[in-house]
Write a protein that binds this ligand. Sequence first.
Ligand code: B12
Length: 108
Amino acid sequence: MGIRMLSDIFEYNGWDTYYLGAALPESALISALEEHKPDLVALSVTMPPYLSACESMVRAIKNHNPKIKVAVGGQAFKNTDELWKKWGVDFYSRSSEDLVHWAKKNIG
Ligand code: B12
């Protein structure tokens, strides 16, 4: 739900988005990167047990192309003591609107 809302907010602000859904296999994400060539990938985690899968996704994206910006968010990060900082993530916020402002400034 969180990432669906984020996707809609970006669309309202004039961006083209590709919503890839929940529980996406890493290989499908890499194929989508090759197909769509995005400037930014946003990942959302609600349940803490899925944080390690998110870390693995972040590393796979950066390995594929270090120029792609990666943002993470969602309720699972609330009590993780800024765990995302150890993953080479470009942006984290509790607010989807913050990401829109950041993307406008840093991507265009
Ligand atoms: C609806 C709901 C469910 C539904 C889910 C239905 C569905 N198909 O989606 C059902 C009933 C199935 C459910 C089940 C469970 N739930 Co539940 N659920 C919720 C609830 C009430 C709403 C979640 C939601 O959709 N919120 C709306 C979205 C839009 O909010 P959001 O994801 O936070 O996203 C916003 C921001 O976080 C941010 N954001 C999100 N992603 C990103 C990404 C980026 C890059 C950025 C910048 C921002 C961003 O922007 C969004 C818009 O503001 C929450 C409590 C709550 N008030 O949020 C609990 C909650 C998520 N559930 C919780 C739990 C524990 C469970 C269960 C484990 C319960 C159980 N023991 O079985 C199960 C797990 C099921 C599973 N397998 O995953 C906990 C999670 C605790 C945690 N994170 O540690 C919560 C927080 C309730 C609580 N306070 O304890 N749940």
